[in-house]
Design a protein around this ligand. Sequence first.
Ligand code: ZN
Length: 379
Amino acid sequence: MFSYGILPQLKSVIEDVETKAVGVSVGKSTGEKDQRNLPLVSVVSVVLSVMVLMSLLACQKKEDQPSDDVPVPVVANRFKYSDSVAAPHRAALNEAVSLLYFLPLKNDDSRLMEILKVRDLSPATLQSWLEERVRYIVDGEFEVQKAAYEVTENSFTYPNMDLLPDPNQGLALDFGALSQGVQNEKDSVVMSNLGAGVYYALKKHSKEESEKAKKPVAVLVGLHIGGEVGDVVISSPRTGLLQIGNGLFPSADAFGTTQNISLGVFRASTLFHEARHSDGHGKTLAFLHANCPEGHKYAGRGACDFSSNGPYTIGTKVHKQLMDQCSQCSAAGKDILRIIFLDFSSRVIKGQVRISGHKPESYSATPADWDDAPEGSRR
Ligand SMILES: [Zn+2]
């Protein structure tokens, strides 16, 4: 139940989400506000460091490498795009899904099947899994604040209202306390699960408002996206609304073409990563990334998974299989894919680790499989 002047607050919440969720780009010099807000960037996004991106470009500039410009037969998918997503970017994402058929995964990864809860890794099974979790795609210019509207629905409540990912358990960032050491000018957002991010932020906001008002408050928002997408109500992390970023197209200039098969492998695995953010409930909501532990390359940054069945696990497993089977990928393309594989697989925390920057000041956490049942129901 809610019915009071929430729109001013809604505006600031949405503004905050937007800045946090997608507010970085390569080489961008950012101000103090962005520094403060950045930790959420990685929570529902794939972010590549500029070091990795530079490695990609260095590889791409090698001469005499066979082309990665391999035609991949297009298989239809159910993604819907906002009008402003450029045609080459749509084609690149459609190509990424089509790669599931062009480079079919081997049916021998029982752990991946266990995590995905599927009986096989056939192209159709994987596409179906993906389309359950990825439905709409908007471009990097999409502004949540401008598109948002409040949905008045007295019967709406957030499930598990008291349960949010717990910053004291290493399951999510303590957003306010972890701004130190964030080097946002060195990151580039590849793709974000914007729907999961907005859902999480509004649920958290609603919980706080309920505590203040001493009565249940549930702020539900929709987004005017237009085009073939229309309006989308953010009533579940399963909304499946993704936003693409510059990092998804890191070397189009170097190659002179947006579509190439090696980048297609990277994009396909990224889609699976983002799809996982559409899962989870309560403490596992959206499979949020956590602060990397002491000693990690990304220590103090929200780029690690403490879930052993989370986005980086799924993304890297899909990435590895597609990479290994890509006989059509050039040597330079494979170099890129190996760099990405090593970087992303290092973000899955194994064994017990120490984490600092939380309260209590330092404690240990051990990764485990998280409950993947999604929260709420999408419209
Ligand atoms: Zn992520």
